[in-house]
Design a protein around this ligand. Structure first.
Ligand SMILES: [Zn+2]
Length: 343
């Protein structure tokens, strides 16, 4: 089975995003948010059949771990109330996709975060999504201010209530920022990769995984700058008298394969142990074009994996086994969804 651990609902029906625009406008004007729009199953089906499902079939992948559009989370907009209503709406849509296509999608939730608001605020929604919807993880935004980094680093006790719930539920978090509202940062070009790199460093310079030995994070986009600068991180860890990174972070931190060229994938696979790499493409996401040098879509990452010198066992880890291990509820959830699926 080929499991893509990083996909967002970037093709959601238009009225869903339109409601968000209205909701934020209403908040700005001190009005109540409008009623949520009706979205039919047929509209959801159409948005998936011609989008993510089509690409799964064309590219030969089986399952996408699916979450709301990351740039759309917009935790810097509105307040805790708007974030909660928006997260509820987005997660409900993901649940509907997973119910309509139980063999192809398993859910991951966005959290109702807001800059400066305790992550304790996110626990009820996480619990609801995992226990009622069967979601297997969450996306955790290390910078809900959208590029101004106003909240404490991920190793701070500030985040502990959420981590306690994650550990209790056995769900990992993908460390994933949302849109940048700081014009110094391009959302997907710099803010995302900065978020990945900063998130890793925040874990490395804290005793987080001593406090939470079973907490698991996926650092997306190939780990940002981390694998490329692995020597720098190892050297800093050594200067700080930290244990080797394999012990200090690699029991808890995993990297996905959303790196959009072969040399980058080769480096990732050379530097990071196969047990820490999870296959992912983030389709349809940040980069949708065709690479004129290869003639294939930049985000068709399976093509790169196929060219790496992995042993058969390592390739199975990257495609499937690691995902089942990191997302501790995945295998049971898949069994449930497959049993409910039409033959
Ligand atoms: Zn993403």
């Amino acid at each position: 089975m080929i499991i893509d651990c990083h996909g967002h609902y970037t093709t959601s029906p238009r009225q869903h995003e339109a409601w968000r625009t209205d909701q934020i406008a209403a908040h700005g004007e001190g009005r109540a948010a409008p009623q949520r729009p009706a979205i039919t199953d047929d509209e959801i089906r159409a948005s998936i059949v011609n989008g993510q499902l089509k690409l799964q079939q064309e590219r030969g992948t089986d399952l996408t771990i699916f979450s709301p559009r990351a740039a759309g989370m917009g935790h810097h907009l509105g307040d805790a109330g708007t974030s909660e209503a928006w997260a509820t709406a987005c997660n409900e849509l993901i649940h509907r996709v997973c119910t309509l296509f139980p063999r192809n999608f398993v859910g991951v939730c966005m959290l109702p975060q807001s800059a400066g608001v305790s992550p304790r605020n996110c626990i009820a929604e996480l619990e609801r999504c995992v226990l009622q919807y069967g979601f297997v993880g969450c996306n955790l935004n290390p910078d809900p201010s959208g590029g101004f980094w106003k909240d404490p680093p991920l190793g701070d006790r500030y985040w502990y209530p959420l981590y306690e719930k994650m550990v209790e539920l056995d769900v990992p978090a993908m460390i994933h920022v949302s849109a940048a509202c700081n014009p110094a940062f391009h959302t997907t070009g710099s803010h995302y990769l900065n978020g990945d790199t900063a998130g890793f460093m925040q874990c490395m310079t804290s005793d987080l995984f001593k406090q939470f030995p079973t907490l698991k994070f996926i650092i997306p986009h190939g780990g940002g700058a981390v694998p490329y600068h692995w020597g720098r991180f190892r050297g800093i860890a050594q200067d700080m008298k930290l244990p080797p990174l394999t012990e200090h972070v690699l029991r808890n931190v995993f990297f996905d394969t959303c790196v959009y060229h072969l040399p980058g994938q080769e480096l990732l696979a050379k530097v990071i142990p196969a047990r820490n790499i999870l296959f992912a493409s983030e389709m349809l996401g940040a980069v949708r074009g065709i690479d004129p040098e290869s003639g294939h879509h930049f985000d068709d990452t399976k093509r790169y994996i196929e060219q790496l010198p992995f042993t058969a066992a390592d390739k199975t880890k990257v495609y499937e086994d690691n995902a089942r291990e990191v997302y501790g509820r995945l295998s049971a959830q898949l069994a449930k969804q497959f049993a409910a699926a039409p033959a």
